[in-house]
Design a protein. Structure first.
Length: 487
């Protein structure tokens, strides 16, 4: 396991270790949830795994959010002292928590992380030396020790993941300790505040949480399994809402070997968070509706142009209207790609083929077969860059179809892109009839659009030349206005 030394990524360290896939998954689940033990017990936790040389290496660590850390420095990837190795070897595979006899490691305890009979690693527990004399602090320490002692039996982390809420409760948010009769033995000040906000004005100590909540709300308004959660019988999480006050709850059953001995219920008021989430959902729905109307309006404009094309008897007018319709459709396709994105950037490599295929289908003659191939990547583009770039490529491709393949049965267009941050180089090559005159000398609207966008919007350059094996080659160098993400 020499290759795992000094690595700082627990996943890479565990992937190097010699253990089964099930044990490795168990350890990943443990380090994903062991912050609860650290916060409740005011302790640091470290995961030790064998290094293949008779020693142990630190695969992960967690510090408490409720107390100063015993290890302010990062020790992940470092070997444990050789003097600690005999103790770690003794602990590995044990069913109970052990303490080293060496006074050098005072306030240290450890348990074996066992998965279905396989000893995968050792979890070290080191407490902060300052005394915690408060009542609820001591209750938290006791509960943390019970969770810590459940690790060798595979009872913690829980086999069913309990992390389904977006705003899950954590120990500093508030916690309630239950005994084996599901009665409250202690509650942190934040937890008491949560239940007061829900409308409960009495003392929680000695009460059954399920009965407390049952007295505040009608049974039909309680979430499914809420009574099971509040009694601490199973590891569950849910949101309780009473009179527009929302509290995120999570139950952590405590076991002493095979006997249920109580639970910890974490609670966090999330009323304001839920209100903001609802506002965001309303805004998202409004934006989606606006995008839908814009798309419909663009389609309506394209349909009106199609009617004008059908009614016109002048071929020049028909051609001009057809070009206008194609440009409206190009903008519609880009808008649709942007409105379906999860951020404000457009995956141009995904949107471009659909756009250019539409252009080719409009401009090709009869059963003419024209294909487009792509090389390289445009990456993610901001809308301010994507829209003019799409119109540039649309004009160049339709120009190639209209003039380069006029009278041809088939043809091929190759589009290459090379992206480096804000710099973008594009090459468009077709195997058509080739250039007869330089496009700069034409006074067409399409070429004026291309020249304007390239030089004004992107401060770039464009060159036309005969293709190496016939046809036409267009080279474009652009400076994007926003970086986005390149390939």
């Amino acid at each position: 396991m020499n290759e795992c030394r000094n690595l700082k990524d627990p996943e890479r360290i565990l992937s190097c270790s010699e253990m089964s896939e099930g044990a490795r998954h168990f350890l990943h689940s443990l380090i994903a949830d062991w912050g609860i033990i650290a916060d409740l017990g005011y302790c640091d936790l470290q995961l030790a795994v064998k290094d293949g040389e008779g020693g142990f290496i630190c695969a992960a660590q967690v510090r408490p959010a409720t107390a100063p850390s015993c290890f302010p420095e990062d020790v992940v990837g470092q070997k444990f002292p050789p003097s600690l190795s005999p103790f770690l070897s003794q602990t590995l595979g044990s069913k109970c928590a052990l303490c080293p006899s060496n006074p050098e490691f005072k306030s240290l305890s450890a348990v074996s992380a066992n998965w279905e009979g396989e000893a995968a690693g050792v979890v070290l527990h080191r407490s902060y030396t300052a005394p915690h004399t408060g009542r609820y602090e001591q209750r938290g320490i006791d509960a943390a020790w019970k969770l810590f002692s459940m690790i060798p039996f595979g009872q913690f982390p829980y086999k069913v993941p309990v992390n389904t809420q977006r705003h899950n409760a954590h120990v500093p948010d508030g916690f309630v300790v239950l005994n084996e009769m599901s009665l409250v033995t202690d509650a942190s000040p934040n937890a008491i505040s949560c239940f007061k906000r829900l409308g409960f004005g009495g003392a929680l100590i000695g009460r059954n949480l399920a009965e407390v909540v049952g007295g505040l709300t009608k049974p039909e308004s309680a979430e499914k399994d809420m009574s099971v959660l509040l009694s601490g019988e199973r590891p569950l999480d849910a949101v309780l809402t009473i009179k527009n006050i929302s509290v995120s709850l999570r139950s952590l059953p405590l076991w002493s070997e095979r006997d249920y001995c109580g639970a910890v219920v974490l609670c966090r008021e999330i009323t304001e968070i839920r209100r903001r989430d609802n506002e965001l959902m309303i805004k998202d729905a409004t934006i989606a509706e606006i995008n839908h109307r814009i798309k419909n309006n663009l389609q309506s404009v394209a349909s009106l142009l199609a009617l004008q094309i059908r009614d016109s008897e002048n071929e020049e007018v028909k051609k001009a209207l057809q070009t206008a319709k194609r440009r409206v459709q190009a903008i519609s396709i880009l808008h649709d790609a942007l409105s379906h994105g999860k951020n404000e950037l457009i995956d141009f490599d995904f949107a471009l083929p659909k756009l250019l295929k539409t252009d080719v289908d409009i401009m090709r003659e009869g059963d003419q077969r024209i294909s487009i191939s792509y090389r390289g990547s445009f990456g993610l583009l901001a809308p301010s860059d994507a829209t003019p770039l799409a119109l540039i490529l649309s004009e160049l491709v339709t120009n190639a179809v209209e003039h380069g393949f006029a009278g041809e049965r088939e043809g091929e267009i190759e589009i290459s892109a090379q992206r480096n941050g804000k710099s973008l180089s594009i090459r468009i090559l077709d195997d058509g009839v080739g250039l007869r005159e330089m496009p700069e000398e034409r006074e067409s609207l399409g070429m004026n659009i291309v020249q304007t966008f390239v030089k004004v919007d992107f401060q770039g350059s464009i060159f036309w030349a005969p293709g190496p094996e016939g046809g036409t080659e267009v080279k474009i160098d652009l400076n994007l206005n926003e970086a986005g993400e390149g390939a």
